[in-house]
Design a protein around this ligand. Sequence first.
Ligand code: CMP
Length: 140
Amino acid sequence: MATTRTFSIIKPDATRRNLTGAVTKMLEDAGLRVVASKRIQMTQEQAEGFYAVHRERPFFGDLVSFMISGPVVVQVLEGEDAVATNRKVMGATNPANADAGTIRKELAESIEANSVHGSDSEENAAIEIAYFFKPEEIVG
Ligand code: CMP
């Protein structure tokens, strides 16, 4: 498997509970390396643009409100098959369905306040990384 990159967000429920380090340790323990990271307050426009694919879903408004309810930490992660590795350590979207030992099972509060976002494909990872980072901000 090749070394690839994925995009991650530590969501407001996790930053609010001071879990940035705990989440990052679980990512690192899974074999991922943080090659870019910044703590930001997303604007409504940024959150709506980032989640544009979900615009027609009934939870879209609540999702955007939640994502701007506090700071988030956006990260680029690098590792062997990074998208799949990250999705495995994140666990299922709904923490109630997530496997033991995953970030969402151990730390998340609900399907909305589910502590982390991770790209679902390499194609989307490239788009999501470029949405938040300039190439020179990523140091592998
Ligand atoms: P994320 O991986 O960030 O992508 C979209 C987010 O929408 C998802 O994680 C969830 O946190 C959130 N969400 C809220 N309600 C739902 C729902 N009913 N189904 C799927 N995702 C939801």
